[in-house]
Design a binder for this molecule. Structure first.
Ligand code: SAM
Length: 249
């Protein structure tokens, strides 16, 4: 959250600082960046290389393919980034073996002063520097990207949109997928009857044009529950467990 100490601040450690702000410089996030609601500091890890080849990686001990980012270089980059901000903040290494990123963690991050993100390349980062800095490891999904930069952008996209005054309508967040532990209900807009390319007339569900707010809310809730049950049995089970413990919706 933006505080008296300044805007919500993201520091990104990367071998490709020129990739930023990239898509985060556009639309809602770009406008929020211009308005100073959040700040973005993309820092070049290579600036911390000490040899004449400016190397940031080396071969893995124990053999095997690929290269590993050196602990001394990453440590120096982390040290400089941590000193450049006021007060402590979470340091997150984006990695496929991390804990999956979830909306609850995104919300916590948005409520804090900012974040320092470490983007890996090659096979990843030497474990010792991750241990030394007690780095949180976060994955954006069960697939392997070529670098942590796009993962960092995903995390920042999800977080920055929750900062106050970034979205136009504060209300638009409350029904969103995951906010209540459910996926969102389906949306419809004009025209009320739309003909698809096969000539089928596709109508909006009657309840949505009934003007009856109570019935609309009930229908949306039923749809959200149905979709969650069908598509994400894991989420549905979690909700059932919370309901049993009396912490439900
Ligand atoms: N050797 C690593 C493994 O098997 O877990 C993959 C390394 S990947 C080629 C290079 C970098 O991309 C990683 O260090 C990480 O920063 C980033 N990355 C790849 N997939 C990711 C994911 N699903 N979530 C977050 N970061 C990811």
């Amino acid at each position: 959250m933006a505080t008296d100490a300044g805007p919500w601040q993201a520091s990104v450690l990367t071998l490709f600082p020129e990739m930023f702000p990239g898509p985060l410089g556009m639309s809602l996030h770009g406008r929020a960046l211009e308005r100073g609601i959040w700040g973005l500091d993309a820092r070049d890890i290579r600036a911390h290389a000490t040899d004449r080849h400016r190397s940031v990686d080396d071969e893995p001990f124990g053999g095997g393919p690929g290269m590993v980012m050196r602990p001394d270089v990453v440590d120096s980059a982390l040290h400089e980034a941590a000193n450049a901000v006021d007060g402590p903040r979470p340091i997150i290494y984006l990695t496929p073996r991390g804990r999956p990123l979830e909306q609850a963690r995104v919300r916590d991050l948005a409520d804090g002063p900012g974040v320092i993100l470490l983007c890996g390349r090659y096979e990843g980062v030497d474990q010792r520097v991750l241990d030394a800095w007690d780095v949180e490891e976060t994955s954006i999904g069960d697939y392997v990207l070529s670098g942590g930069e796009t993962a960092a952008m995903v995390l920042l996209d999800a977080t920055v949109r929750l900062l106050p005054d970034v979205l136009g309508q504060a209300d638009s967040l409350s029904d969103e997928s995951f906010e209540r532990g459910l996926l969102e209900y389906p949306h419809y807009t004009r025209p009320a009857c739309w003909t698809d390319r096969q000539g089928n007339d596709r109508l909006v569900p009657d309840v949505l044009t009934s003007g009856h707010h109570g019935r609309v809310a009930e229908w949306r809730n039923e749809q959200a529950e149905k979709i969650t049950r069908e598509r994400r049995p894991d989420l549905w089970r979690q909700l059932a467990e919370q309901d049993e413990k009396g912490q439900g919706r």
